[in-house]
Design a protein around this ligand. Structure first.
Ligand SMILES: C[S@@+](CC[C@H](N)C(=O)[O-])C[C@H]1O[C@@H](n2cnc3c(N)ncnc32)[C@H](O)[C@@H]1O
Length: 247
């Protein structure tokens, strides 16, 4: 949102620069103007102190926008295509601008480690908070038929796909659409999280208030800095660790 606002704020300044250049006889093309807008937005982003990777995005964004616009005219692309792509990305990422947790899947290594860590010989209720396309939840439900695995997902498209995948493959995994912030974590024997650094402190606040004695919180890749983990598992070779906290 800040990046977008900075682009809007940069626009009047760009117009002023273009106006002054035009008065001195320099007439700019649309691409030139887009470049000026990118440079101004980039400078404002630097002043605002946003993360360094925003600088590149801010610089290229106006050029990409004018490039996309010229594609509409040159290739005769229907403008509805852009609306379609926008709606697709919206359904995929939904409120990532707020949660700062985009979709990316976990893989076999972490599924195996979680499987080893979860207590055996008794039925468990396990939740994947931010279940994405449901890979983790469905695989666990297949490996542990005596237990119940639930995934909760905020973004509509990943949730719908996980729901359909479970239905079509007759998986016992269950998927609900919603915000894990509204869940009561005391209902679960284990909570699995693969999120991002942004929500980890808030997750710890919630988990430490709600999770019941004997339960376990597992986080793939992202550490909770407030509390030293009881478990740290590193993959051999490249890859992120799995952290665990006992309650
Ligand atoms: C990195 S993906 C992890 C996917 C999955 N757990 C896996 O291991 O493959 C994180 C997911 O969490 C979802 N998410 C982010 N914040 C959430 C929230 N507050 N409630 C529910 N889902 C959330 C995102 O939409 C994204 O799909």
């Amino acid at each position: 949102m800040q990046a977008l606002l900075l682009q809007c704020l940069a626009f009047p300044l760009t117009l002023l620069i273009v106006f002054l250049l035009a008065r001195s006889g320099a007439i700019l093309s649309y691409a030139d103007v887009a470049l000026v807008q990118g440079i101004v937005a980039c400078a404002m982003t630097r002043l605002r102190g946003l993360a360094v990777w925003w600088l590149g995005i801010q610089l290229v964004f106006p050029l990409a926008l004018t490039g996309a616009l010229s594609l509409v005219f040159e290739l005769n692309l229907p403008p509805l295509l852009f609306l379609g792509v926008f709606l697709f990305l919206l359904a995929l990422y939904w409120s990532t601008f707020r949660t700062q947790v985009p979709y990316y899947p976990s893989g076999k290594w972490v599924w195996n480690e979680v499987d080893k860590l979860l207590p055996k010989g008794k039925p468990l209720l396990v939740i994947d908070i931010g279940s994405g396309l449901g890979g983790f939840t469905m695989e666990m439900a297949r490996r542990r038929p005596e237990s119940h695995f639930v995934g909760i997902e905020l973004a509509p498209l990943p949730w719908l796909l996980s729901f359909l995948r479970a239905r079509l493959s007759a998986s016992r995994a269950r998927f609900v659409r919603g915000d894990y912030d509204n869940l009561d974590l005391s209902n679960y024997d284990a909570v699995f999280a693969y999120l991002s650094p942004a929500p980890m402190s808030a997750l710890w606040n919630k988990a430490s208030k709600e999770m019941r004695p004997g339960s376990i919180l597992l986080s793939y890749e992202f550490l909770i800095t407030e509390k030293t983990p009881d478990i740290i598992l590193m993959p051999t070779g490249r890859g992120a660790p799995l952290y665990g906290w006992h309650f």
